[in-house]
Design a protein. Structure first.
Length: 120
């Protein structure tokens, strides 16, 4: 089963863990994955980690997920420089520009605008 990692620099760990995360960004990401047919724990494993706003934890956090043999790391800009030593794991840098917005008619969360860029 494929395994990917989502690394957060500041989002509290409590907001990204468990079956009902409260982070609006993670909720939007998981919904997007679900819309594409990817279900965490069923056909993909999504590892979630946060440095909880503590920059001294960044290197260990990146090393931890590299050791999990993930196929992809989705990483925020603050963590990107700590992941450069790992050439064997592709990285995707996320850009969140503004809070996720709630689609009133469908009840779905989305981030608008958001962009992802492959990290070299």
């Amino acid at each position: 089963m494929p395994r990917i990692a989502l690394l957060f620099a500041n989002t509290p760990t409590a907001e990204i863990m468990g079956p009902q995360p409260t982070s609006p960004y993670l909720i939007a990401f998981l919904k997007g994955m679900r819309d594409l047919g990817w279900l965490d724990g069923q056909n993909i494993i999504i590892e979630r980690r946060s440095a909880d706003g503590k920059p001294d934890r960044f290197p260990a956090l990146v090393n931890e997920v590299v050791g999990l043999n993930v196929a992809l790391m989705m990483i925020t800009a603050r963590l990107l420089r700590y992941s450069r030593h790992s050439k064997r794991v592709p990285r995707c840098r996320s850009y969140w520009q503004g809070p996720p917005i709630q689609n009133i008619s469908s009840g779905s969360a989305s981030s608008s605008p958001s962009h992802a860029q492959a990290a070299a």
